[in-house]
Design a binder for this molecule. Structure first.
Ligand SMILES: NC(=O)c1ccc[n+]([C@@H]2O[C@H](COP(=O)([O-])OP(=O)(O)OC[C@H]3O[C@@H](n4cnc5c(N)ncnc54)[C@H](OP(=O)(O)O)[C@@H]3O)[C@@H](O)[C@H]2O)c1
Length: 403
């Protein structure tokens, strides 16, 4: 009998992490959990550890002792913070690393795993947006593999596997449209964080839920698709598909298209990734009854209402650190919005201002920080992201009326 696949789960307590845990519960003999990580949710991490019996854990800095007190097995090795995530990625016992953390905190672990040449199941789009160019260099050098878990990218990955890349005309990502698809634009300034957190199709963490509401999520996904599949940005587009049944479409030069359909459930891309080694994974997701689906609709994205989509094309035209910078700006704006410090429409305004600023740097190279216009290292990628965050925090500290 084939031995179970040995996995590490970084971000086990999150929304995607919880979907993965459900699959593990359905397939106990096929998957061997070597390690788990969380940030501060010690209770959930401890209960997962007590049940799944991993050998290693990682939590936020300074929290190991409190976690240990909640564990039944006191011999489990506990790491802390970002260096701890890198330790889990470097564990030679692990064949498949799931990087499911939110934000930029997993990028060093991703680089470590890719240097080991292993397979990574990646939902953490921020890493690719920050360091896409460098990640592709690592993949080429160490022959590792990234299986996208983001449902749109997983769909494109599966459709692309069916044909020659030279046959492809266009990659099309679908977007549910988020909670405000049919909301009038003039009501946008009154949107509250509570309203924005309620996604019509997906249950997700707070950051990605706000990004879906502004459609910044689709902007970030266009950037992610560019780096993951190495197609020029002009060959990548997005359309609205409110039912979220068709996740991605690849259009071929002769005129036909291949699409991947499935329930809007993260267990599907996660199971696809787990099954790549040949295991027969039971996702637990019911089959779709096409006769009950009713209508499937597809629309163009209204970019006047959601100008965020255009930002993907603007920063990808610049390349280097520009996507990382935009990610940092957006990350900070989402935080400010969740804390009720700025309005929903302020997010759109400040994103646009920040892209104008980064364009200015690319047109005036002598005034630009090197990490922004010439990305050479992981530190450059992190610096560009931080520069974006800092731009927003300085903007608020200066208390200037910019709107
Ligand atoms: N949710 C979805 O359906 C979905 C779909 C496609 C892509 N994604 C992407 O997948 C990633 C995770 O999304 P999510 O919705 O699952 O997020 P989430 O529910 O907020 O979970 C995030 C996970 O990351 C951990 N984490 C947070 N901050 C951390 C830090 N500073 N250091 C280490 N770990 C940290 C959390 O630990 P605690 O629980 O302890 O806070 C949790 O385990 C994001 O990049 C998102 O864009 C999500």
């Amino acid at each position: 009998m084939k031995p179970p696949i040995k996995i590490a789960i970084l971000g086990a307590t999150g929304s995607v992490g919880s979907s993965l845990i459900k699959i593990i519960d359905q397939n106990p003999n096929l998957i061997d959990v070597q390690s788990l990580s969380a940030n501060k949710n010690l209770d959930l991490l401890a209960s997962l550890a007590n049940r799944l019996k991993p050998k290693k854990l990682c939590v936020a800095a300074g929290m190991a002792e409190r976690l240990l007190a909640k564990l039944t097995d006191k011999t489990i090795i506990i790491y802390e913070g970002e260096p701890g995530l890198v330790e889990l990625a470097n564990d030679k016992q692990v064949d498949l690393l799931f990087l499911l953390v939110a934000g930029v905190h997993g990028i060093k672990a991703l680089f470590a795993a890719l240097k080991r040449g292993i397979r990574v199941g990646l939902s953490n789009k921020e890493s690719v947006i920050l360091g896409g160019k460098l990640i592709n260099q690592l993949l080429a050098t160490y022959r590792g593999q990234i299986i996208p878990i983001d449902s749109e990218h997983n769909a494109l990955y599966q459709c692309l596997s069916a044909r020659r890349l030279s046959d492809v005309n266009r990659l099309i990502l679908t977007a549910s449209g988020g909670p405000f698809l049919n909301y009038p634009r003039n009501s946008f300034p009154k949107i509250t964080p509570r309203q924005a957190l309620k996604h019509p199709m997906w249950e997700m963490g707070s950051k990605i839920s706000i990004d879906s509401a502004t459609m910044m999520n689709k902007c970030l996904e266009i950037i992610e698709a560019h780096y993951l599949f190495k197609f020029p940005v002009a060959q990548i587009s997005a359309i609205v598909h409110p039912q979220s049944v068709v996740h991605g479409i690849v259009e071929f030069k002769e005129g036909s298209s291949l699409a991947l359909m499935g329930q809007p459930d993260m267990r599907l891309p996660l199971s696809h990734c787990l099954g790549i080694g040949g295991d027969d994974i039971n996702s637990g997701v019911p089959f779709m009854d096409l006769t009950k689906l009713g209508r499937l609709e597809f629309f163009e994205i209204d970019t006047k209402k959601f100008p965020t989509i255009n930002l993907a094309y603007e920063v990808l035209t610049l390349g280097e650190g520009a996507p990382a910078y935009l990610n940092g700006v957006n990350q900070e704006l989402v935080e400010e919005f969740l804390q009720d410090k700025i309005s929903f429409t302020d997010i759109f305004k400040i994103l646009q201002i920040s892209v104008e600023r980064v364009k200015y740097f690319f047109h005036n190279l002598s005034k630009a920080p090197q990490f922004l216009v010439n990305q050479q290292t992981l530190d450059d990628a992190l610096a560009a992201n931080f520069y974006g965050q800092e731009f927003v925090s300085k903007l608020f500290k200066s208390k200037k009326t910019i709107f």
